[in-house]
Design a protein around this ligand. Structure first.
Ligand SMILES: Nc1ncnc2c1ncn2[C@@H]1O[C@H](COP(=O)(O)OP(=O)(O)OP(=O)(O)O)[C@@H](O)[C@H]1O
Ligand SMILES: [Mg+2]
Length: 259
């Protein structure tokens, strides 16, 4: 890749607006995601993080401009946007619980040559559980299935929504490590409430409040600014658990959570 291509953002969002049930949930949102590494999309509960991601891929009606690798996509239907190289890992994982791990993965294969080897290397425990019904996996294991589904295809960007939500700390660390590995092959826009994970993974940060972008910049600089994180996230990044919502409270991941 040339220096010029590296400098060009992989995703550009310009003046994005979206409404849900008559309420404007995304308001004139503009930001860019670089072509390498992890960019965090941050903000308190209900500020429009998930809605922004859904608006980018057309899952909710929106206006504004979205460019993927320099090509405008906002007029395209969702399936075309996904096919053009956007991997989406939704909040709450959404695996097919009554299908096996192997079936979940096979259903996600979009490319002529899915990257099965990469997925097997990244998720050895899933390989061992390929015949297990996905609904019987622990939360962390289901998250791995969800990430594996996106990584099977060669994407230009992954949009990953709260992958560590509700997971026990040990499993959070493993998901974070997997994301770091994945980011070596594909840029990631990551919605994440655990600020320790953000600190570990993210180069850049985009912060939303009330559906609007209220801060963009270097992730570590943002996290190191206690006054700013307190004001925009309602928490200081120095908080040991790094969490600031009741939703992110750890819950047991269940027996056999060894991923
Ligand atoms: N289906 C829906 N019907 C009505 N309102 C909705 C719906 N989905 C989202 N909203 C509202 O839109 C706003 C933005 O929600 P969104 O899910 O994008 O926030 P978020 O930042 O992802 O929150 P969280 O951190 O809790 O996941 C919230 O006020 C929410 O209540
Ligand atoms: Mg959300």
């Amino acid at each position: 890749m040339t220096a010029a291509a590296e400098a060009r953002p992989i995703l550009t969002v310009q003046g994005l607006n979206a409404h849900i049930a008559g309420q404007q949930v995304v308001e004139n949102v503009s930001f860019t995601v670089p072509a390498t590494g992890i960019t965090a999309l941050l903000g308190r509960n209900g500020v429009g993080k998930t809605s922004t991601i859904k608006a980018i891929i057309g899952l909710i009606d929106r206006t504004g401009a979205v460019a993927l690798d320099g090509v405008r996509i906002e007029k395209e239907p969702t399936f075309k946007i996904i096919r053009s190289g956007v991997g989406y890992v939704p909040e709450d994982r959404e695996v097919f619980s009554k299908l096996t791990v192997a079936e979940n993965l096979r259903l996600a294969e979009r490319d002529a040559a899915p990257r099965r080897q990469l997925v097997e290397e990244l998720f050895p425990d899933l390989l061992a559980r390929s015949a297990q019904m996905a609904g019987t996996l622990s939360g962390g294991q289901q998250q791995m299935v969800s990430l594996a589904r996106a990584l099977l295809n060669t994407n230009k960007i992954l949009l990953v929504d709260e992958p560590t939500k509700g997971l026990a700390p040990k499993i959070v660390a493993e998901v974070a490590e997997t994301l770091a590995e994945a980011a070596k092959t594909v840029p990631i826009l990551l919605v994440e409430q655990n600020l320790l994970v953000v600190r570990q993974l993210a180069a850049g940060a985009v912060v939303l409040s009330g559906g609007r972008v209220v801060h963009t910049g270097n992730a570590l600089e943002f996290l190191d600014d206690a006054e700013l994180t307190q004001r925009l996230l309602g928490v200081s990044a120095e908080t040991p658990a790094g969490t600031h919502t009741e939703k992110t409270a750890a819950k047991p991941a269940g027996k056999g959570a060894t991923l």
